[in-house]
Write a protein that binds this ligand. Structure first.
Ligand SMILES: [Zn+2]
Length: 263
């Protein structure tokens, strides 16, 4: 098996003690490539540094998560602009809107989002999108860029059939996490994943968050790792009525094309 984890927060401090081992474990489990999420300037820079140490295995995204949008200003925009041009960077984001937590004022979230869409366009990089409880505003902002948008993936999709259709109509890609393994809140995704065309579906762990809830035996820690991506792939393949091998093939091919990974 040859899987790509399109969203792993490997610069998170929960990996400080054993980051190398985490990456090696993942590779051994068939997760041969990981895209390290940048969610603020500091961690975007760290993601670039980490990716430089694992060429052909790790890549980085550069962005500011809506939680941190309150700090977004022109200096930060300039910093993102320069980081987006660094080697190993394959997407702008994560960026978007999060009205579930509302850690930053909504107008600040919207400004930071628009600015990062513009940066993605300028750098010719795809967008790595985060959305929670903000579907309509997210769509409205993206629609203003109609005809100019680079490819975009809605990472950690957890929404409804209607929301999924809005994304697919617009040509967006969908990232599925271990949320689908959660019998309490992810059950609806088991029905929905079949609606996603094979060439628009990608897989991610969102590690260290979202440890799949149905792992047996249950790991001793709640920290999620890319090593669990094959488990997510199995769940998604079962829900789509196909083999894990086939799913691995097309999700990997899609991620390679989307992030322009080459080899
Ligand atoms: Zn996110």
């Amino acid at each position: 098996m040859n899987l790509i984890d399109i969203g792993a927060n490997l610069t998170h401090d929960s990996f400080d003690a054993d980051r190398e081992a985490v990456i090696e474990r993942a590779i051994e489990a068939g997760v041969t490539r990981m895209v390290v999420t940048g969610a603020d300037v500091e961690h975007s820079r760290a993601a670039i540094d980490l990716a430089a140490r694992w060429p052909g295995i790790l890549n980085a995204t550069v962005g500011v998560h809506p939680h941190h949008a309150g700090d977004f200003d022109t200096a930060m925009e300039a910093e993102l602009d320069s980081l987006l041009g660094q080697p190993g960077v394959v997407a702008a984001g994560e960026c978007g809107l999060d009205y579930f937590r509302d850690f930053s004022p909504r107008d600040a979230q919207q400004r930071a989002f628009v600015s990062q869409i513009e940066l993605g366009i300028r750098h010719g990089l795809p967008l790595f999108l985060h959305q929670r409880d903000a579907h309509e505003d997210l769509i409205a902002i993206l629609d203003e860029f109609h005809g100019k948008l680079p490819p975009a993936v809605v990472h950690c999709f957890t929404g409804s059939a209607e929301e999924l259709d809005h994304y697919l109509e617009r040509g967006f890609y969908i990232g599925i996490t271990g949320w689908i393994c959660d019998e309490r809140r992810g059950h609806h995704l088991l029905d929905l994943v079949s609606r996603i065309p094979a060439d628009r579906l990608m897989l991610e762990t969102d590690a260290p968050y979202l440890l799949p809830r149905d792992l047996k035996p249950r790991p001793k820690t709640r920290r999620n790792e890319p090593v669990w991506l094959p488990h997510i792939a199995e769940t998604v393949a079962r829900a789509r009525g196909g083999t894990t091998k086939k799913l691995a093939e097309h999700t990997t091919a899609t991620a390679r094309t989307f992030f322009k990974l080459g080899n």
